[in-house]
Design a binder for this molecule. Structure first.
Ligand SMILES: Nc1nc(=O)c2c([nH]1)NC[C@@H]1CN(c3ccc(C(=O)N[C@@H](CCC(=O)O)C(=O)O)cc3)CN21
Ligand SMILES: O=c1ccn([C@H]2C[C@H](O)[C@@H](COP(=O)(O)O)O2)c(=O)[nH]1
Length: 283
C-alpha cells in the first residue's frame, strides 16, 4: 500500500501535464514506476484507502486467461469494466472489424491464447508457458504478450498491461509484468490485484511456490477530473494493513481455470478499508 501512495504523491508533486488526444483530457503524468508484491508472504496489494472491487479485477484476469473477446462474457464472470470500451468508444464503433454489441475485438486474452501465426496457425502462448513451468522448465522466454501491433486495428484498445514474463529459480516462480499506460486511481487498483493473483494462480496450477511479482509501469497518470478526489480525499486517509487472498486449492490446472472456476473460488480475509470513492472514467 505504501508504494501505491508514494506513486500517487509523486505524480501530484512531480507530474507533468500531458494532453491525451484519445480521451481529450489532460493527465498529470510521471514516467517509470516499479512496484513489487510479496506473493510468497501473501501480502495482497489491495488498496485500503478506498473500497476496492477486487472481485471485478480477478474476473478481468480470468477473462484474459480464457481468451475472451466479448464484454458480455466478462459480465457473466462478474465485471462490467469492458462495457464502455466495447460499446461507447466512437473510434471502435466506426471500425468495420467490430462484430456488433459487446465485441472487444482481438485484444488481451485473444492474443494470449490465439495469436494468429503467419501460416494461419493459432499460437497459445499461455499453454506453452504452463506446460513448461509444470515440468520445472524456464527457457528464459516464458513470456505471454498481448501486444500485437499488426492487429491493433482489430481491437477496441491497445493492451495496457501488455506482457507477463515468468521465471523460475529452483521451485520458486517469479513474475515480471509490463504496463505501458496506467490510470492510477482506477486501473492500478485492479492491475495490482491482477499481477499478484496471476503469479499466485500460475504457481498453484504448476505445482510451484510463488515468489515476488514485479510490476513495471511506464506512463503513470491521473486524469484531470480525478485529481481533486485523489489529492484532497484519498491521499488524506491512513492505510490499513494488507489483507490475505485465499484461492480454492482444488484449482490445479489451466483447464480448471478455463472451465469451472468462478469468483466464489477466491476470498479475501482481513480487508479493512475506507469508504468507496467514485472516480470518473475516461473512455
Ligand atoms: N481510462 C481507463 N482506465 C482504466 O483503468 C481502463 C480503461 N480506461 N479501459 C480498459 C480497462 C477497463 N478497466 C476498468 C474499468 C472500469 C473500472 C471502474 O469503474 N472501477 C470502479 C468500480 C468497479 C466495480 O464496481 O466493479 C472502481 O471504483 O474501481 C476499473 C477498471 C481498466 N481499464
Ligand atoms: O488494465 C488497464 C487497462 C487500461 N488502463 C488505462 C490506462 C489509460 O488511462 C487507459 C488506456 O488508454 P491509452 O490511450 O490506450 O493509453 O486505460 C489501465 O490503467 N489498466
Amino acid at each position: 500500500m505504501k508504494q501505491y501512495l508514494a506513486l500517487c504523491q509523486r505524480i501530484i508533486e512531480q507530474g507533468h501535464w500531458v494532453v491525451n488526444e484519445r480521451t481529450g483530457k489532460r493527465c498529470l503524468t510521471v514516467i517509470n514506476a516499479d512496484l513489487e508484491y510479496q506473493v510468497a508472504d501473501n501480502e495482497f496489494p489491495l488498496i485500503t484507502t478506498r473500497k476496492s472491487y477486487w472481485k471485478a479485477a480477478i474476473a478481468e484476469l480470468l477473462g484474459y486467461i480464457r481468451g475472451y473477446s466479448n464484454a458480455a462474457d466478462f459480465r457473466a464472470l462478474g465485471t462490467k469494466t469492458w462495457d464502455a470500451n466495447a460499446n461507447d468508444n466512437a473510434a471502435w464503433l466506426a471500425n468495420p472489424h467490430r462484430k456488433g454489441l459487446d465485441d472487444m475485438g482481438r485484444v488481451y486474452g485473444v492474443q494470449g491464447r490465439a495469436w494468429a501465426g503467419p501460416e494461419g496457425q493459432v499460437i497459445d502462448q499461455l499453454k506453452k508457458v504452463v506446460d513448461d513451468l509444470r515440468q520445472g522448465k524456464d527457457d528464459r522466454g516464458e513470456i505471454i504478450t498481448f501486444y500485437n501491433p499488426g492487429e491493433f486495428d482489430r481491437g477496441c484498445l491497445r493492451p495496457c498491461m501488455h506482457t507477463h514474463n515468468f521465471s523460475l529459480l529452483g521451485d520458486t516462480l517469479y513474475l515480471t509484468s509490463y504496463q505501458r499506460s496506467c490510470d492510477v486511481p482506477l486501473g492500478l487498483n485492479f492491475n495490482q490485484v491482477q499481477v499478484f493473483t496471476f503469479l499466485a494462480l500460475m504457481a498453484q496450477i504448476c505445482g510451484l511456490k510463488p515468489g515476488v511479482a514485479y510490476h513495471k509501469i511506464v506512463n503513470a497518470h491521473i486524469y484531470e477530473d480525478q485529481l481533486p478526489l485523489m489529492r484532497d480525499v484519498q491521499l488524506k486517509r491512513q492505510p490499513f494493513p494488507s489483507p490475505k487472498l485465499t484461492i480454492n486449492p482444488k484449482i490445479q490446472s489451466l483447464q480448471d481455470l478455463e472451465t469451472w472456476v468462478t469468483l466464489d473460488d477466491f476470498a479475501v480475509e482481513g480487508y479493512q478499508c475506507h469508504p468507496a470513492i467514485q472516480y470518473p472514467f475516461s473512455v
